[in-house]
Ligand binder design. Structure first.
Ligand code: IPE
Ligand code: IPE
Ligand code: MG
Length: 218
């Protein structure tokens, strides 16, 4: 079987709140456990043939949540970026943040800039973190620019945890021919094995891009 050496995998990391509620914990405990899952998955990705990994951390619609939850998430992102940067550099991971920056707390935008600068030389994996991200906004913005295609790289495999089967304004353009995997596992429970299972499912599917099945071709 032909295996692409550099997959673009995108993940809608959903289910942190329910994971916590089921344990009688506050929702923010679920977000902290979710951050630990991010670390596990980033560590596993490059070894599994992932070249780019785009993680949906905060949607532009997530501003509708209670201010306390939003503030806790912003603090978590800031702390996590600061504490993970050295590990990312060590692992050869280049970090980019996609989404709007103008509505983020100043401490977070500073942490983003520092992490992006420190990790700029990484070649093992391109980690793209979507924060204050809306696919519709991203498409509108890209279309005004000369090299729109480079800003909207095709996704090979899209995974959504947490049981919902919708895109919630994530990568609407880039997923035109993505293989979709929806799993019931809540994001904090997601690990390297789940990533491997989803990638195996991806490789078992035949991508035709509108053409004919390969047996019928030629
Ligand atoms: C995903 O988990 C993380 C963010 C959207 C920030 P949720 O917070 O949506 O968790 P559920 O869906 O309420 O369980
Ligand atoms: C999508 O999850 C956004 C992120 C995972 C960051 P939501 O929990 O916000 O999506 P809906 O509200 O269930 O569609
Ligand atoms: Mg959710």
């Amino acid at each position: 079987m032909m295996q692409s050496t550099s997959l673009h995998v995108a993940i809608i990391m959903d289910g942190n709140g329910r994971w916590a509620s089921r344990r009688g914990l506050p929702r923010t405990a679920g977000h902290h456990a979710g951050a630990r899952a991010v670390r596990r998955v980033v560590e596993a990705a490059a070894a599994q043939g992932v070249g780019a990994l785009t993680l949906y951390a905060f949607s532009s619609d997530n501003w509708r949540r209670p201010a306390a939850e939003v503030a806790a998430l912003m603090r978590l992102f800031t702390r996590h970026l600061r504490s993970e940067t050295a590990r990312l550099v060590e692992a050869g991971v280049r970090l980019s943040v996609v989404g709007r920056r103008d509505r983020l707390p100043a401490a977070l935008t500073a942490a983003i800039r520092a992490a992006e600068q420190s990790t700029a030389g990484g070649t093992a994996l391109h980690l793209r973190l979507a924060v204050d991200y809306s696919a519709r906004d991203a498409i509108r913005t890209a279309m005004l620019l000369p090299f729109a295609g480079a800003l909207l790289p095709d996704v090979d495999l899209l995974i959504r945890t947490g049981g919902e089967q919708r895109l919630s304004d994530f990568l609407l353009w880039e997923t035109a021919y993505a293989e979709l995997v929806f799993i019931d596992t809540m994001w904090p429970d997601f690990g390297a094995d789940d990533l491997a299972t989803a990638i195996a499912a991806f490789h078992s599917r035949e991508r035709r891009f509108g053409g004919l099945p390969s047996q019928a071709a030629g």
